[in-house]
Design a protein around this ligand. Structure first.
Ligand code: BTN
Length: 246
């Protein structure tokens, strides 16, 4: 894919900017990067704190021609791509928490938010990636978040951006091959301790919780959870937390 990178000092959100370009007809491969976001967006309506130069904030515009059922795999694939970068270019040992949080030492280092829109030139999917470079001095966040600097990694932000784009491009190409969906699920399995045999609590819609053991992914990326009664629940959206046995 041909990438065109647009750099900004400050934006409301790189996802919103990429969506605005998409509605004006921008092609696949547009990559919006900002040093700071004033309204960074997270999953499930949350905000993503994006102070100046403490994170890498970027959004890629895609125009996927994939089967509709494979669209959720784009976010899993993005997590696989970031996992490889943090491993190979930064020297960390990351994990992936379903669906697409990248963790180091069980704390979140990267969040991914895919948003889609119908535009005059067809479906647009924007994949936003936020990687923590440094942690703000804010105790509330540090309990569950970490950053490259806090984990002893070192990488220059432009080099990190280039590595993320290269890795993302590689896995997006793979996803579009006939066996791409199975390959991406297998790549995700190899990098995530959440794939199977992990005791988790999943918070799904309307504050409903499901507690059980993870049991693989469905072909569309949904997480299978086996509850103590032996029933399998496929979770398509929600927050998953690993439970520790006492
Ligand atoms: C999450 O874990 O809740 C997803 C966070 C995604 C944050 C990134 S930062 C770059 C891009 N622009 C946004 O507004 N959000 C994503």
């Amino acid at each position: 894919m041909h990438f065109r990178v647009l750099h900004f000092d400050i934006l409301d959100s790189t996802n919103l900017e990429a969506l605005r370009h998409a509605r004006l007809g921008a092609e696949e491969g547009l990559c919006v990067v900002a040093k700071q976001q004033t309204a960074g967006r997270g999953r499930r309506g949350r905000s993503w704190i994006s102070r100046s130069e403490t994170g890498l904030y970027l959004s890629m515009l895609l125009r996927p021609t994939l089967d509709e059922r494979a669209l959720p795999l784009i976010t899993l694939m993005a997590a696989v791509a970031v996992h490889d970068v943090l491993t190979e270019s930064v020297g960390l040992k990351p994990d992936i928490k379903w669906p697409n949080d990248v963790l180091v030492n069980e704390k979140k280092i990267c969040g991914i938010l895919a948003e889609s829109a119908e535009t005059p030139t067809g479906l647009a999917v924007v994949v936003g990636i936020g990687i923590n470079l440094k942690l703000p001095v804010d105790e509330a966040i540090t309990a569950s978040a970490t950053a490259i600097e806090s984990e002893g990694g070192s990488v220059e932000s432009n080099a990190l951006l280039a590595a993320v784009i290269t890795s993302f491009d590689r896995y997006y190409e793979i996803l579009q091959t006939p066996s791409g969906p199975e390959t991406v699920i297998d790549d995700w399995r190899q990098r995530s301790t959440y794939f199977s045999g992990k005791e988790v609590k999943a918070e799904i819609e309307n504050d409903k919780n499901i507690t059980g053991m993870t049991d693989g992914l469905e072909a569309n990326g949904a997480l299978r959870i086996r509850t103590p009664d032996g029933e399998i629940h496929a979770i398509h959206a929600g927050d998953v937390t690993g439970l520790r046995r006492l």
